[in-house]
Write a protein that binds this ligand. Structure first.
Ligand code: ASP
Ligand code: MG
Length: 423
């Protein structure tokens, strides 16, 4: 018998029929002798619907006051879910109780719409478990120090579930979702993509941050910090498959980097189209310039990702970096109107039609020539690399957006990631 946390996403909770199926699945785990805590999302589409209503009433700009109310509204989706799931479990003959974030409580800071969990009180939950009840806790929401309801940001229920699992010292946190695990890359781009039975926590962190949208990145960070064993698995398998089979399905995100994992040099290919590139040309090549540029960008609250500074010619250099596409116009404007003139830069240019493609694998720590192989593969496809960054376990390139799928397919093949059946 173990204490297990299940998380069900919006699609899994998408209709009353699906909620009944979730209840049947949870009941199966209870009957196998486990203590269960369940963290569901709002029914699919519900959070969008609620935020849409808010927009109809007040299309105004976000202020702390309006953001407080947005959280008040958006958090209700999860409240409906927990109540329905508790009822469905009771109908299955399983004792169950639902709680909102404030009832547990799940304490957060006061950053409305993107609050961070600070602590979770486990006393009430433990008492219920001891009394033989399944405890169902809202995902996505909490309460701040002044008693205001907060939400954790879109996709935040993953983080709720992992935080609950950490607080309860659960044996495992199972994330049931609409895909059956973490893949070598997006199967919509590469049909031969393969499910990874296991991936290291470090790799998952890279894959999540590089645009593989299976888990909210903060949930992975949380799992890393508190060493919560995580598993991503499908909620679409029939609820009555044998428990042992279900418990071993999907992808396990592990902290143990065994030898077998290191054999696969590259575990996955991640990509995203969310970035844009800006370049400020011919700025002075002297101490403090990078700070002047990126300091101003940071002050404008714009996140920077890849950064490249060229060698200088005659004391001048070109400086490029990428930002989120949503911040592109603001970044260009800032450079053109403020930073550029201050540095007597020649010109500011930009390109929003780029993408970033990355190879990820802990095996890269102990193998040489991996980046070279990546570059050769891209060269053979005639793809020009605009920027490069690396870390111990990944190499990323920025390329023209129109070559993204070609690059991903070629790399997937070059690094032998295809499934044996499809080959
Ligand atoms: N319901 C919230 C959202 O749609 C949180 C979640 O589903 O994880 O973003
Ligand atoms: Mg989700």
């Amino acid at each position: 018998m173990a204490l297990i946390v299940h998380k069900y996403g919006g699609t899994s909770m998408g209709s009353t029929e699906r909620i009944r199926n979730v209840a049947k699945r949870v009941a199966k785990w209870v009957r196998a002798g486990h203590q269960m805590v369940v963290v569901p999302s709002a029914m699919s589409g519900e959070t969008n619907r609620l935020l849409g209503l808010a927009k109809e009433v007040s299309p105004e700009k976000a202020t702390p006051q309006t953001m407080r109310e947005l959280d008040m509204i958006a958090s209700t989706g999860e409240q409906v879910s927990v109540g329905l799931l508790a009822l469905a479990l009771q109908a299955e003959g399983v004792a169950a109780v639902s709680y909102s974030g404030w009832q547990v409580p799940v304490k957060t800071d006061s950053a409305y719409t993107k609050a961070r969990i600070e602590s979770i009180d486990d006393a009430r939950v433990r008492a219920d478990l001891a009394a033989g009840r399944v405890v169902i806790i809202t995902g996505f929401q909490g309460i701040d120090g002044d008693g205001h309801v907060t939400t954790l940001g879109r996709g935040g229920s993953d983080t709720s579930a992992v935080a609950v699992a950490a607080a309860m010292k659960a044996a495992e946190c199972l994330i049931y979702t609409d895909v059956d695990g973490v893949y070598t890359t997006d199967p919509r781009v590469v049909p031969e993509a393969r499910r990874l039975p296991v991936i290291s926590f470090e790799e998952m962190l890279e894959m999540a941050s590089l645009g593989s949208k299976v888990l909210q990145i903060r949930s992975v960070e949380f799992a890393g910090k508190y060493r919560v064993p995580l598993r991503v698995l499908s909620s679409f398998t029939p609820w009555d498959i044998p428990l042992a089979e279900e418990a071993a399905s999907g992808t396990l995100i592990t902290f143990e980097e065994d030898e077998k994992m290191e054999q696969a040099v590259v575990s996955g290919i991640a990509f995203n189209r969310d970035e844009a590139k800006v370049t400020i040309m011919r700025v002075p090549d002297k101490p403090g310039i990078a700070y002047q540029i990126l300091g101003a960008v940071a002050d404008a609250n714009i996140d920077v990702d890849v950064i490249v500074q060229n060698v200088s010619h005659d004391g001048k250099t070109d400086f490029s970096f990428t930002v989120h596409r949503n911040d592109y116009a603001r970044a260009i404007d800032l450079l053109k109107t403020k930073v550029g003139p201050a540095l007597e830069a020649n010109e500011v240019v930009g390109d929003a039609k780029i993408c970033k493609v990355s190879i990820v694998g802990i095996g890269m720590k102990s193998h040489v020539g991996i980046a070279a192989k990546m570059f050769r593969t891209l060269a053979e496809e005639g793809i020009n690399i605009q920027m490069i960054t690396t870390s111990e376990i990944k190499t990323s390139v920025v390329i023209d957006e129109k070559y993204m799928e070609l690059a991903v397919r070629a790399l997937h093949k070059a690094f032998d990631l295809e499934s044996p059946q499809a080959a």
